[in-house]
Design a protein around this ligand. Sequence first.
Ligand SMILES: [Zn+2]
Ligand SMILES: [Zn+2]
Length: 343
Amino acid sequence: MEIVGAVHGHSTFSDGRGTVQQIRDAAADAGLNFLILTDHDTLGPLAEVGEGFHRGTLMLFGCEVSPPTNHLLVFGAETCPDRSQAPQAYLDDARSQGALTFLAHPHDRGVPLARIPSYRWDAWPIEGYTGLEIWNHLSDWSGHLQGIGSALRALRRPLLALHGPDDETLRLWDDVGQRRRVVGIAGLDVHDVRIGRPPFAAHIFHYAYAMRTLLCYVDVPQWNDDPQAAKADLLGAFAEGHLHFANRELGDARGLAFLGLRPGASPLSMGDEGPAGDVREFRLTSPQPADLRVLKDGRTIGSTSGRELLVPASGPGVYRAELRLRRGGRSLPWAFTNPIYLR
Ligand SMILES: [Zn+2]
Ligand SMILES: [Zn+2]
């Protein structure tokens, strides 16, 4: 079954403005099934607040290992790896705890306008990570600010200030996928930063606003109110890439499906790997009319406008889908599936 939630947020346990209690209320108000908070270099809330369901939202605590560059999102660890180690060492530390690891905002541009440096990943080569944060709300929004005018416009109409995942990140995703599954996620990176002073203060994304934007839609085997079982099912689905992510502010992407159809067998779904000869075609279905595109190894192999797209399979490769919606005469990035890998 499909559940929806958000990952990558910061509370007063690091540099966010909201308490864990305020943030989980915002997640429950937004109707999220889960929220994974990732404070910088601490798992303090794990012991001090504790995981569990709150008004229907499963609240989990990960952390973001945060040296000056090479931020790593860690889900499911007991202790947050020490950021003073080399990146491969803190990644291996997380893995040894059975945790999932995602390279955070790997091609972050910083905020040129505010002279904030880039927080990109530059510790290459790196091995063994679960996946990549393909679309980071804060990085996308802030990385394209050109001047005061564009910053004010972007604060007034944040939706139109999103450009979608960085091309370099998408290329990396398709490239690493040639060799192994690499799970793509979207993260909020929400802090509720306040800039200026009243009456000229502005919030850079309240928690309540952020929870309506970049969400992960995850296919879990079941979902019940036992927090330990729900956590295991959720992290298991993340590990296997059974998810798509979308900007819910543009449209709810519940019900989106991307399948590799196999004659005489059940279809492959997002995150699955299978023999190339088994899949005859891919079927992408959208819950609402959109611009649909199926890509193989980063190149478009089929596109249409509507709710369904069928594309024949053409040998081994990394197949995934991107969907855009038109708003106010503009085509905006909306939803991205995890790949199906034909070997
Ligand atoms: Zn970060
Ligand atoms: Zn962050």
